[in-house]
Structure formats: structure tokens, C-alpha cells
Design a protein around this ligand. Structure first.
Ligand SMILES: [Zn+2]
Length: 197
């Protein structure tokens, strides 16, 4: 996705739709995927400053794919996940700079990346599917040209909030729409179910 994004940017520049392809942060080099998340002096300390395996690591990569393959060899799964969230944070910040904002310092970007990753991992633990049967109800598809809506609510006491989700299936059982949203803190699952309605 990252590579596709930059190909589009370069093609727009080639067609004179964009002024140039120079990095908006350091204004010294062309803004390639490799430059943006790894080589740029403005963001160089983000990953190296927080992922121990990257400290004192000298690598010479031709492009982002080359870098990513090297990282897959060097980093543990958790470290690679942190790097990817950091890369996403860096890209968000670069967009902010393009639209008049300021690039945050590496320490701030690292903290936000770790918070996002913690939040994601906690959510995975909360939503780990259970193999236990939740009852004797068997879902049946609606009749042809009809749709079936199913919704549910959950209480997350440790995060002081609730969550609501809904899904729509057609007569083949295929999902045609789905949504989830964070809700306010509630005292019980009954209260959450009432809000979901
Ligand atoms: Zn740069």
C-alpha cells in the first residue's frame, strides 16, 4: 500500500499535477517510502530510539521492500509490529506537515505508537473468540431478497466504556454491511443491550 501511494505521488508529479516530490520535512531528498520512514533526518530517531534491535544497526537498503525484508529477518514479531505502527504515525505526521502542521518529536511519536499498539493488543485479548457454544440457537439465513440484522453490545469495565456492533447478512449468509462503535460507560450488560437497541 505504501509503495502504491508513492507511485501515485510520483506519477502526479510527472504529470505536473504536483509541484515536486521532495520531502516536506527535510526538503533535501525525494520523498520515497524508504526515505519517509527510515532515511529522513526528521524521523530517523523514531524506530532506532525505541527498538533495541535497531540500535547500532547499519543497513544499506535500495527501497522500502528491501528494508522491510531486512527488518523481518532482524526483528521479533512484537518489534516489527511496533515498527509498522511507528511508520503509520510518521506518515500521519508527514501529512500534517504538508497541511501546515508541525512534526512531533520522536519521543512523542514513540509514545503514541506504543499506546496504539497496546490498545490494539488489549482489544485482541478482549475479543478472543470462545469455542464454547453460546446456546442452542442456530442462525438461519433470511429468505431471498430479504436481509437479517444482528446486533450486540459488550461492557469493557477495565476500559470504562461499552461497545456496539451490528452486521447485516443476505439470503446467502454473506455479510453485506457491518459496523462497530465505542459507547459510554454502563453499569451492566442489560444497560448496554438497551443502548444497542
Ligand atoms: Zn526528508
Amino acid at each position: 500500500m505504501l509503495l502504491e501511494y508513492w507511485l501515485i505521488i510520483h506519477n502526479l508529479a510527472k504529470c505536473k499535477i504536483l509541484d515536486d516530490v521532495m520531502c516536506h520535512c527535510c526538503k533535501r531528498f525525494a520523498e520515497t517510502p524508504l526515505h519517509a520512514v527510515w532515511d529522513c533526518g526528521a524521523t530517523q530517531d523514531v524506530s532506532v530510539g525505541s527498538i533495541t534491535s535497531l540500535q547500532n544497526w547499519s543497513t544499506c537498503c535500495h527501497d522500502f521492500r528491501d528494508l522491510f525484508e531486512s527488518l523481518m529477518d532482524r526483528l521479533q514479531k512484537e518489534e516489527l509490529e511496533l515498527f509498522l505502527v511507528q511508520a503509520w504515525q510518521i506518515l500521519n505526521q508527514r501529512n500534517a506537515v504538508i497541511h501546515g502542521g508541525h512534526l512531533r518529536e520522536p519521543g512523542w511519536l514513540n509514545k503514541r505508537a506504543e499506546e496504539f499498539l497496546d490498545e490494539y493488543r488489549n482489544a485482541q485479548m478482549v475479543f478472543t473468540p470462545s469455542n464454547e457454544s453460546s446456546g442452542s440457537c442456530i442462525w438461519r439465513a433470511p429468505l431471498a431478497e430479504e436481509f437479517k440484522l444482528k446486533f450486540d453490545a459488550a461492557v469493557f469495565s477495565n476500559q470504562h466504556c461499552s461497545g456496539f456492533g451490528a452486521i447485516v447478512r443476505n439470503s446467502s449468509g454473506e455479510v453485506t454491511a457491518g459496523m462497530s462503535v465505542k459507547g459510554p460507560y454502563v453499569n451492566s450488560s442489560k444497560e448496554a443491550e438497551v443502548l444497542a437497541c
